[in-house]
Design a protein around this ligand. Structure first.
Ligand SMILES: Cc1ncc(COP(=O)(O)O)c(C=O)c1O
Length: 356
């Protein structure tokens, strides 16, 4: 079976974990700080704050910006539910702007149209590893005085006109097991804002600056050193892994027929967390998934239902029409693109998709 994703774990990860276990410093030790430094350097920002997951990174980033009840945060409905749930956790209201049919990322014109007097922040999601239209989104945010929270969970290392995602506003990354840099579970917040960074660090650890003195209600959103050590080892091979993902995506672009291959807009360096095609509306996707599975090819559907359609979301947001998202949700299919694919794997994937 060619799996949709496969963690690239080498002797470095194993040795790093054993080293932490033997050090006796399992939490709040040097590996977490080293991972934070590595992220801050890559993204080109002053601060990186490690958390227990991408979801807690999103939640914490919003709390650090003081987002809460009465506020609205505009985001994409075509995303993993964590983008939306994290807004709900704070008591703020998610407001959806539909996506661009070609890239699956939030449409800046619809984002602009969704701004109200209560809007506090916009949360573009760099879906599958492709940067959103950051010029337009940042211009709208500046015009309306909004915080930019980039959900870069899937996009570590992606650039927009040479600039790293996660550096346009406050960024969040996920280190979940399938991500391009992973630690099993984990998250990172990136920011140039000293106050936001300070608040995120405070709230990450129960609002405690001095031992057992609590300035405010906080949380336990800490990352362990064991997991940070895995993330650090992964970081060392990010460049190579991204290069391989790009080569695999280029090979699929060249060989796939009769399906809509991914559209990458100019000025963006995609990092191919997912390689997502669109099937013809006439093709039965469930059947296609089964045929590919029988051929030994793993696939994924990200995402089969728009976030606006879940009961707990529509209860907060109301019934909204997101036709582009609905169409995408019915027709997308992600194929393996991970760095451990062989040339033979790529040939098999193309042959099986072309025979659908
Ligand atoms: C777009 C997006 N946002 C947020 C998250 C949440 O990250 P995590 O699973 O690490 O909590 C993910 C990852 O699964 C994601 O893909």
């Amino acid at each position: 079976m060619i799996p949709l994703s496969r963690p690239w774990i080498g002797p470095e990860e194993k040795a790093a974990v054993i080293e932490v276990l033997e050090s006796g410093m399992l939490v709040q030790g040097p590996r977490v700080r080293a991972l934070e430094d590595a992220f801050a350097r890559l993204i080109g920002v002053r601060h990186a704050i490690a958390t227990s997951s991408g979801t807690t990174a999103l939640h914490l980033a919003m709390l650090a910006h003081g987002i809460g009840p009465g506020d609205e945060v505009i985001t994409s409905p075509f995303t993993f539910i964590a983008s939306v749930n994290s807004i709900l956790y704070t008591g703020a209201t998610p407001v959806f702007a539909d996506i661009d049919e070609a890239t699956f990322n939030i449409d800046p014109a619809k984002l602009e149209a969704a701004v109200t007097a209560r809007t506090r922040a916009v949360m573009p999601v760099h879906l599958y590893g492709q940067p959103c239209d950051m010029d337009e989104i940042c211009a709208a945010a500046r015009h309306h005085g909004l915080v930019v929270l980039e959900d870069a969970a899937q996009a570590v290392g992606a650039t927009y006109h040479g600039r790293q995602v996660g550096s346009f506003g406050t960024g969040i990354f996920s280190l979940y097991a399938t991500k391009n840099v992973m630690s099993g579970e984990g998250g990172i917040i990136t920011t140039d804002d000293d106050e936001v960074a300070d608040r995120a660090r405070l709230l990450r650890n129960h609002g405690m600056r001095d031992r057992y003195r609590y300035e405010t209600l906080g949380y336990n959103f800490r990352l362990t050193d064991v997991l940070a050590a895995i993330g650090l080892a992964q970081f060392q091979r990010l460049e190579e892994a991204t290069r391989l993902r790009r080569a695999n995506a280029a090979a699929l672009d060249e060989t796939l027929k009769n399906v809509v291959t991914p559209v990458v807009k100019p000025g963006r360096e995609h990092v191919w967390h997912q390689y997502t095609i669109r099937l013809d509306p006439q093709t039965d996707r469930n059947h296609a998934v089964k045929v590919l599975h029988d051929e030994g090819i793993g696939t994924g559907i990200f995402y089969p239902i728009g976030a606006h359609r879940f009961p707990h979301v529509s209860k907060a947001v109301g019934e909204v029409d997101m036709p582009v998202t609905d169409r995408a949700a019915e027709s997308v299919l992600s194929l393996p693109v991970h760095p451990l694919l062989s040339p033979r794997d790529l040939e098999r994937i193309a042959a099986a998709v072309n025979a659908l």
